[in-house]
Every structure is written in C-alpha cells, then in structure tokens.
Ligand binder design. Structure first.
Ligand code: ZN
Length: 271
C-alpha cells in the first residue's frame, strides 16, 4: 500500500500562536519538532497496518521546510521545499492508495479554530461551485483528481466538523479544542501522537472519501482588500463580482485550484 501524508503545523497539538509557525524564533523550533513527531506517528500507524507500505510525507507549511528530516520516521520519504506545482499536496500525483492530512486547520473565517486561514491571510473565502472550501477541501479535491481517496485528517475540533460537513465519512483525530483562534485546550503531544498512530492504522481499514469535483467549475474568491481584486484582474478570465470578490469560470477543478493559488500569490506582492 502506498500512502501520502501532507503535514501542516497549525493543527498540531500544543500549537496555538502565529510565532509557532514562523521561522526565526524559539517557539517555532519547538513547534516544528511537535509537527515532525505527529508526522512520524502517522507514518508509524501506516506501518502498523502494513509493514510493507510505502509512505511519502509532504511538508506543507509556510516555507515547506519545517519537518526535521533526521527526526522523521526513517521508513518514510520526505518531500520538502518550494515552489511545488501542487503546493501542500504536491507529490500526490505519483499514485497512492490513500492520503492523510496531519496538523491541518479550519478554513478562513471559522470560529474556535486555531490559526484558521485558507492558504494566505489575504483570502477571506474560496467557493467552488458555491460551496466554501478551506485547505482541507481544496487539497482533498486535488488528491481526488489524481484518484487518491482521503482517509484521515487530524487537527482541532473545527477540523473534524469541517471534514464531516464537506467530506462526510473521513476519519478524524482531534488533538485540541479551539478556545478562539489563538488559544486551545490541547492533548499532551505524546497523547496526540498515540491517537494519531492508532487513528492512522484504523483509517486504512476504511474507504475514506474519493473527493472529486467534476468540471467545469465556477470559482469565487473573497479577498481581504479591494486592491487584491484589482491585482488579480491581471489574470485572463478573472472578473470582479464585488468590491472584494472575484470570479473565474474554470474548465476543470485543477485549473480552479491553480487560479486560487495564483490569486493568493499575487496578493502577497507589494501593492
Ligand atoms: Zn500552515
């Protein structure tokens, strides 16, 4: 069995603050170790289920250079660094039997959701055919486009609720409860790793969800400033739907996904 594990940091047990996701400060150095431990726990859970498994871990936060390679379970391969065409989920196109998302967070605007956002701080909402998607949905649909079912998502309680609402029957492991956006009531990291390891083993027994968004796709993006719509209008086919809302008609889901990333990247440029 081949398993692909995309790992973010905001949904890791114990992590609550922005500095914990930002390179260059002591809190980050601890958080990246916690992230690496949760990734290793998921890897171990796969090998508990199938000693002959092949596991690829994709570093999926910020610089994509957070997981400490020498501390990751040695049985996994590690995809790290950027830019990568499919960003957080890049590598999944290599052909896998299951995808896991570890350390994930709620979509932009979610309440009681630790460090909730969608790709960048500038995207206030992303709607695919009228439905609001965060990173869980956007990345699950990329995996689905390559025929890979999502079988496990870990993070805070809002993550489990988002998965249940958008994807239905996908296993989740809740490692902390949000007390607002920047505070949580969390499991101990070791207890979180135990739960993730057991959850990974159990999830492989189930079908998970092959989440496929059939084209064409009507994309709408709310950005945090009207200027970001002004900037996005440079992309052929983008239309302004409102002061802070843009639209795009995509022939297929992967094109819509690339446009979301492009709008996010453009909004990161100096105005
Ligand atoms: Zn992140």
């Amino acid at each position: 069995m081949r398993v692909f594990i995309s790992v973010d940091i905001e949904g890791v047990a114990g992590v609550v603050g922005r500095e914990e996701g930002q390179n260059g400060n002591p809190e980050y150095e601890r958080a990246r170790r916690l992230m690496t431990a949760e990734a290793s726990a998921a890897v171990a859970g796969v090998f508990d289920a199938d000693p002959l498994a092949e596991v690829t871990v994709a570093d999926a936060h910020g610089t994509f250079r957070n997981i400490i390679p020498e501390l990751l379970d040695r049985r996994a391969r590690l995809v790290r660094g950027k830019p990568r065409q499919l960003a957080m989920i890049d590598g999944v196109q290599g052909g896998f039997d299951a995808a896991f998302f570890v350390g994930y967070h709620g979509r932009a605007g979610t309440g009681d959701s630790i460090l909730s956002h969608t790709f960048t701080g500038t995207l206030a909402d992303v709607r695919i055919n009228g439905r609001s998607f965060g990173e869980i949905g956007l990345n699950a649909a990329v995996a689905g486009a390559f025929g890979v079912p999502l079988k496990l998502v870990t993070g805070d309680r809002s993550v489990a609720e988002e998965v249940a609402d958008l994807l239905g029957e996908v296993d989740t492991v809740v490692v902390k409860n949000g007390v607002g956006q920047l505070a949580a009531d969390s499991l101990h990291p070791a207890a979180a790793c135990d739960a993730i390891r057991a959850g990974a083993t159990a999830a492989l027994e189930r079908a998970g969800r092959l989440f496929q968004v059939e084209g064409p796709v009507e994309l709408e993006v709310d950005v945090s400033l009207p200027a970001y719509v002004d900037q996005a209008l440079i992309i052929p086919g983008i239309t302004r739907l409102g002061g802070r809302t843009l639209g795009y008609s995509a022939p297929d889901y992967l094109t819509a996904y690339r446009i979301v990333r492009l709008v996010g990247a453009l909004s990161g440029l100096p105005l």
